[in-house]
Design a protein around this ligand. Structure first.
Ligand SMILES: NC(=O)C1=CN([C@@H]2O[C@H](COP(=O)(O)OP(=O)(O)OC[C@H]3O[C@@H](n4cnc5c(N)ncnc54)[C@H](O)[C@@H]3O)[C@@H](O)[C@H]2O)C=CC1
Ligand SMILES: O=C(O)CCC(=O)C(=O)O
Length: 448
């Protein structure tokens, strides 16, 4: 017991000394270390081999410049990253994020989380993540294309179908993946297994677009079943209005729930009748417009500049689908007052540590992103399988596998929580179940 505490404290001190300013990375790493205490008590061999010392340090980090030319002729330079975090159970796998906030801390936290998430899917994929501080807002298609071409000109040196397979994340959807793939192919020839989230005309998988949002609702459904509860009739708040949020809205509505909010980085909408999926898709996927447009088209809706999490209405389920640390302690407290019973994260790490403590204090059942949003990367791995066998599966086949995977992630997390006597702590359950597979494999592979 004392040995475990000392070991974990030493690891935290190492992180603190090496990367004192990496706020998001420290948040993600400390959470996992705290949750793994009971596992280390059962497995002193992991301490002896210093498995966690290896796990917290990325295998490799690339940082590079991305020069590109704007439409007005000016020359711009952005910063690009790829963190190859852990390849113990398969090639590095994880998305690319384009957002002005991107820095090494954010890419490292995302890559670290990806290790456990990918392990939970049961598929042979390691953890990685990348991105750039490029701001897509207001850029023309030509500017996006030139940026993506320059990004890939450097990134292609480090990736490969059996080495590292990037995909989308915030700011990277079908358009960007197409430009990135086109540039890879110009430099190296056709190799569909190099990226996932590709267009259906050149090696993409059916249901990858829907996978993260649908998967979140499949996970939520399994969680509710486990509580002898059901989704039909529930009132839901969703934040964000991007890929994850839109397909969570679609599946939740299909299954009889009512989603009453969505947002973007400017503000949020509240529609007591339930958000209209077609209107949102038209504004966000076709016009690439702002969410404030919604209230011009749907008269029952209101728009406000507040965060979704500050709207004081009664509801049952919170699905944060925007970005990291979007829910603070006060907003989590308001959830308790508003009668919320469940939080399931579509985004990566959207709840601050204080918000999570507040959920637990008020017995709000909490499903962490690394379990609940694993559907996207799971279908990416299925896209890799289809590319390898040069076949394309039907939407129904992929969707069925996705549902099975999400139900098994819930079951594994619940089983780990039960085994360690942690009640409904699905955060610890996910961290433990995700870790155990990677730790066993690291141990078996010797010096890692
Ligand atoms: N796309 C995928 O397959 C997966 C995405 N995720 C996570 O889901 C979250 C959303 O990603 P996507 O939907 O893919 O991105 P997206 O680019 O399609 O949409 C992002 C959404 O978040 C909103 N947003 C971004 N920053 C914000 C801020 N500071 N405040 C309020 N809203 C903000 C944007 O307005 C947009 O609605 C991210 O945390 C991402 O890491 C997790 C697993 C897989
Ligand atoms: O599909 C993928 O490979 C990556 C998805 C992703 O970035 C994530 O799970 O956060």
């Amino acid at each position: 017991m004392e040995e475990v505490n000392t070991y974990l404290e030493d690891l935290k001190n190492t992180i603190e000394q090496r990367d004192p300013n990496q706020i998001e990375f420290k948040e993600a790493a400390f959470e996992v270390l705290d949750n793994l205490k009971p596992v280390l008590e059962r497995h002193p061999e992991y301490i002896k081999r210093n498995i966690l010392g290896s796990l917290i340090e990325p295998e490799r980090v690339f940082q590079f410049r991305i020069p590109w030319q704007a439409d007005d002729g000016s020359f711009k330079v952005n910063r690009g990253f790829r963190v190859q975090y852990n390849s113990t159970i398969g090639p590095y796998k994880g998305g690319l994020r384009l957002h002005p906030s991107v820095n090494l801390s954010i890419v490292k936290f995302l890559g670290f989380e990806q290790i456990f998430k990918n392990s939970l899917t049961g598929l042979p994929i390691g953890g990685g993540k990348g991105g750039s501080d490029f701001n897509s807002k207001g850029k023309s298609d030509s500017e996006i294309m030139r940026f993506c071409q320059s990004f890939m000109t450097e990134l292609q040196k480090y990736i490969g179908p059996d080495l590292d397979v990037p995909a989308g994340d915030i700011g990277v959807g079908g358009r960007e993946i197409g430009f990135l793939y086109g540039q890879y192919k110009r430099l190296n020839g056709s190799k569909p297994g190099i990226l996932t989230g590709k267009g259906l005309d050149y090696g993409g998988s059916l249901a990858r677009t829907e996978a993260t949002g649908f998967g979140l609702i499949y996970y939520l459904n399994a969680l509710l079943n486990g509580q002898s509860d059901k989704l039909a009739g529930k009132k839901i708040k969703i934040s964000g209005s991007g890929n994850v949020a839109i397909y969570a809205l679609q599946k939740a509505t299909e299954l009889g729930a009512k989603v009453v909010t969505m947002s973007d980085s400017d503000g949020c909408i509240f529609d007591p009748n339930g958000i209209d999926l077609d209107v949102i898709k038209q504004i966000k996927e076709v016009e690439r417009g702002r969410i404030s447009e919604y209230v011009k088209r749907v008269e029952t809706a209101t728009y406000s500049l507040d965060s979704v999490w500050d709207l004081d209405i009664n509801y049952d389920i919170a699905l944060p689908c925007a970005t990291q640390n979007e829910i603070n302690e006060k907003q989590a407290g308001l959830m308790a007052v508003n009668g919320v019973k469940y939080v399931a994260e579509g985004a990566n790490m959207p709840s601050t540590p204080e918000a999570i403590t507040t959920y637990k204090k008020h017995k709000i059942i909490y499903a962490p992103g690394k379990a609940a949003n694993a559907g996207g990367v799971a279908v990416s791995a299925l896209e890799m399988s289809q590319n390898s066998e040069r076949l394309a599966w039907t939407f129904e086949e992929v969707d069925k596998l996705l549902k099975n995977i999400m139900e098994s992630i819930y079951a594994k997390s619940a089983q780990a929580a039960k085994e360690y006597d942690l009640g409904d702590d699905y955060q610890a359950g996910a961290n433990i179940a995700g870790f155990e597979k990677v730790a066993r494999a690291m141990y078996q592979q010797g010096l890692v």
